[in-house]
Design a protein around this ligand. Structure first.
Ligand code: COA
Length: 340
């Protein structure tokens, strides 16, 4: 399973996703807060998002994984590791990874949750990659799932229009083929950004009390303008950096797979990378910001409709609370047999 450098390389070998049926449209928000469809579309690119009415983040992750296993023709008992990127775990503990393990019947796996907000999936992929490349594991399931509706204040028009619920998953396995797999990663965090995007209540600093509930501390707080300014630069910089490190121009990249927080942030990133708009995976219009799920949801949707092909060069790019941000360069490993 070594590539041309004698190193094991990790590749994504299966994908799956799940979004709930209930749609919350911009027209619905017009009835809930002082906003308009036009404002939301032009400022964010979002038209609608999905809301999980019954159940928790583990249900989103478990359903995405079930689709993945079916696509791969694999039994859950073959899964060795489960990493769940999320900011909306079912509970503070046990880890949502363990809850998903139980739900899907992955009896032989160990696993854990990873909290890195909107960069959660990119960071989890980077961690999973190491577990494969050291040779210690034969597969790692990386799930990005968030029930953002559980921490959204639907009276706060600044934030409630942004978020939605979804889960998606990828499988990492070693590949012996030199021309596919994860190639490079650039990851950052900057804790000085913590004050602009957070959920204050429920942790050890502010355990839940009547006061924390009264003060709405169990909802997302975001200073959108401040986050926007840094995100626009951070996501573009890190995407340009990974291209420079690997001597790539915009023509060499088949897809930018950006975190879906705001269409204007995505556009700025694309322009900086010098790539054509047709090469950007965008589904923010349908789902809004699903935090850890956005990037794998794109990968799974594009693969399912046959637009993502073996050999395609992808840059995954994210920016989120922390601040956390990063990019991963990879070559896609497998076609959808039903679409070739
Ligand atoms: N409908 C109508 N008006 C709204 C509104 C809504 N839903 N939400 C805010 N506004 C108002 C504001 O109150 C403000 O009014 P004011 O000028 O009278 O104060 C006005 O619209 C403009 O607000 P502004 O903050 O300048 O808008 P913006 O262009 O920055 O867009 C966000 C707001 C939240 C969409 C944008 O800042 C954003 O996307 N931020 C970053 C999100 C992100 O990347 N997060 C990180 C990853 S999770």
């Amino acid at each position: 399973m070594n590539n041309s450098n004698g190193r094991i390389r990790a590749a994504i070998t299966a994908v799956g996703h799940y979004f709930p049926e209930k749609i919350l449209s911009n027209a619905d928000f017009e009835k809930m807060v002082d906003t308009t469809d036009e404002w939301i579309r032009t400022r964010t690119g979002i038209r609608e998002r999905r809301i999980l009415e019954h159940g928790a983040t583990s249900d989103l992750g478990a359903k995405a994984t079930e689709m993945l296993l079916k696509n791969r023709g694999m039994d859950a008992e073959e899964i060795e590791v489960i990493i769940v990127a999320t900011v909306t775990p079912d509970m503070m503990f046990p880890p949502t990874a363990c809850i998903i393990q139980e739900k899907i019947g992955a009896r032989r796996a160990w696993g854990f949750d990873l909290s890195a907000a909107c960069s959660g999936f990119v960071f989890a992929l980077a961690v999973g990659r190491q577990l494969i490349e050291t040779g210690s594991h034969k597969n790692v399931l990386v799930v990005g799932a968030d029930k953002m509706s559980s921490i959204t204040d639907y009276t706060d028009r600044n934030n409630c229009i942004l978020f939605g619920d979804a889960g998606a998953a990828v499988l990492l396995e070693p590949t012996g083929e030199p021309d596919v797999g994860l190639i490079d990663q650039v990851l950052y965090c900057d804790g000085s950004g913590g004050k602009y995007l957070y959920m204050a209540g429920g942790g050890s600093l502010h355990p839940p009390t009547h006061e924390t509930v009264d003060k709405k501390m169990h909802y997302i707080f975001q200073d959108g303008k401040s986050v926007f300014k840094v995100a626009v630069i951070g996501m573009a910089d890190v995407s340009a950096e990974i291209m420079q490190r690997n001597n790539l121009t915009g023509n060499d990249v088949d897809y930018l797979v950006p975190h879906q927080a705001n269409l204007r942030i995505i556009d700025a990133c694309r322009e900086r990378m010098g790539i054509d708009p047709s090469k950007v995976m965008i589904n923010i219009d349908k789902y809004g910001n699903t935090t850890a799920a956005t990037i794998p949801l794109c990968l799974s949707e594009w693969w399912h409709c046959g637009k993502l092909k073996r050999g395609h060069t992808l840059v995954l790019s994210s920016f989120g609370a922390g601040y956390t941000w990063g990019a991963i360069l990879l070559k896609w490993a497998f076609d959808n047999p039903n679409k070739s």
